[in-house]
Design a protein around this ligand. Structure first.
Ligand code: NAI
Length: 391
């Protein structure tokens, strides 16, 4: 079986998720499109890089990501760094002819995203942007129902991504709260996942009307380059620094196909942990999904007999997208890991088949254009059109 050598950059939270997925993908999807080989891992922080090699099972490590790009044995570059270096690494990887899996959000700006997209296109490399939540089987099932016309024409929708890991003012200022490193706050970090899901399920966005807020205006500075995701607390007297990105955003959306709806994303919703939801209403039915119950898709079909019409729950399993490969019994329990395993499979399959992966850099670029329109709309308090992709 063909092997593909991975060079992974950024040895933090996502490196763990991606490394598990490389190990697990062939166990679920056999025969695998290719066998991932965890070759080289890079992190600017030497102990993180070394520990990453040991615990994630890489053959060697480096503190300079350029070593991955210049290594002729590396087939796939996997970008798991904070957002500010995605573009530089991805463009170098594309120019070196490597296939690229890049964490979301794709970039800091639409301009960077465009350059990444064009570099990949020019060099004919396969790309994927890691909006893994759309890989949840229940989300794929929603897409299947929509494509089959099971809920008719989509009228309207609402989506959320609510968290509380950084709702405490003592939660530290990591890279996720610094515009120069993250670009945007709750919008890019979590809101973009829902934007991607709604684009996938409903269609392209035409215009947005947004409001953003920063409730916690400064935070204690966090040591180290990896984000503790709220799990570290500075000692009394730790210096505080300004937060210069949103920690909450709400926006209305008008889609090109006429459907309209809203999305809200916040990291200040006490009691909500990974509350990714959507509800989509069509002319012949409705769909509801909540990632905290990710084996379930709630459906209501208008054609059901009147005396039994209402939401019912479909538990995803072997009869649903990716189900045959995942677990043999419905509701055994899909986890975050499975979304990353499906993502890895789709990416490797696209490389093996020479087809486009989805979502790819073009999709990541589309989401950056939407984020940009949201930020501009929040500043002007007006409806803002979403710019078109420049090919
Ligand atoms: P993290 O803070 O846990 O780890 C990032 C690592 O990158 C750190 O160890 C840091 O030292 C290293 N790093 C920083 N600059 C570097 C450079 N120039 N070269 C090499 N290493 C460098 O971050 P996390 O949570 O893993 O996030 C990484 C990316 O993944 C971000 O773009 C984030 O938005 C995305 N993400 C996606 C998620 C998803 O569900 N798809 C969930 C969490 C993060």
């Amino acid at each position: 079986m063909k092997k593909m050598n991975i060079g992974l950059i950024g040895a933090g939270f996502m490196a763990k998720a991606h490394s598990i997925a490389y190990a697990g993908m062939p166990m679920f999807f056999w025969p695998a499109p290719a066998l991932p080989v965890k070759k080289l891992i890079a992190d600017v922080d030497d102990p993180m890089a070394k520990e990453g090699m040991e615990k994630f099972g890489f053959e060697s490590y480096t503190t300079d990501w350029h070593d991955i790009i210049s290594n002729p044995d590396i087939d796939v570059v996997d970008i798991c760094t904070p957002n500010n270096v995605h573009a530089e690494i991805a463009i170098a990887a594309a120019n070196a002819g490597k296939h690229i899996l890049c964490e979301k959000p794709l970039s800091l700006t639409p301009q960077e995203a465009k350059e990444m997209y064009l570099a990949a296109k020019t060099n004919s490399v396969t790309t994927m942007v890691a909006f893994n939540y759309r890989k949840t089987p229940a989300v794929q099932l929603a897409k299947k129902y929509i494509d089959e016309g099971a809920i008719g024409d989509i009228l309207d929708f609402r989506g959320t991504y609510l968290q509380d890991w950084s709702a405490a003012p003592e939660s530290p200022l990591s890279w996720r709260f610094q515009k120069a490193i993250c670009g945007t706050g709750a919008l890019g970090d979590i809101g973009t996942h829902v934007v991607d899901m709604i684009r996938f399920l409903v269609g392209d966005f035409a215009s947005v009307n947004a409001r953003t807020a920063t409730y916690i205006k400064d935070r204690p500075v966090q040591e180290g380059s990896a984000d503790s995701l709220g799990n570290a607390r500075g000692s009394q007297g730790t210096p505080r620094k300004k937060v210069d990105v949103d920690d909450q955003c709400i926006f209305m959306i008008e889609c090109k196909n006429g459907a309209f709806g809203s999305i809200e994303a916040t990291r200040n919703a006490w009691g909500r942990n990974n509350y990714i939801t959507f509800e989509i209403h069509g002319s012949r039915g409705s769909l509801y999904f909540n990632y905290e119950h990710r084996d379930e898709l709630q459906v209501c079909f208008a054609d059901d007999p009147e005396d039994r019409r209402g939401f019912r729950t479909v538990y995803t399993g072997p009869n649903h997208p990716y189900g045959v490969n995942l677990w043999p019994i419905p509701a055994l329990g899909i986890g975050y890991t499975e979304t990353k395993i499906v993502e890895t499979y789709d990416f490797f399959k696209a490389i093996a088949d020479g087809t486009e992966a989805a979502p790819n850099f073009r999709d990541g670029y589309a989401v950056e254009l939407i984020s940009d329109a949201i930020i501009r709309s929040a500043q002007t308090r007006t409806w803002n059109p979403v710019d078109d992709i420049e090919e």
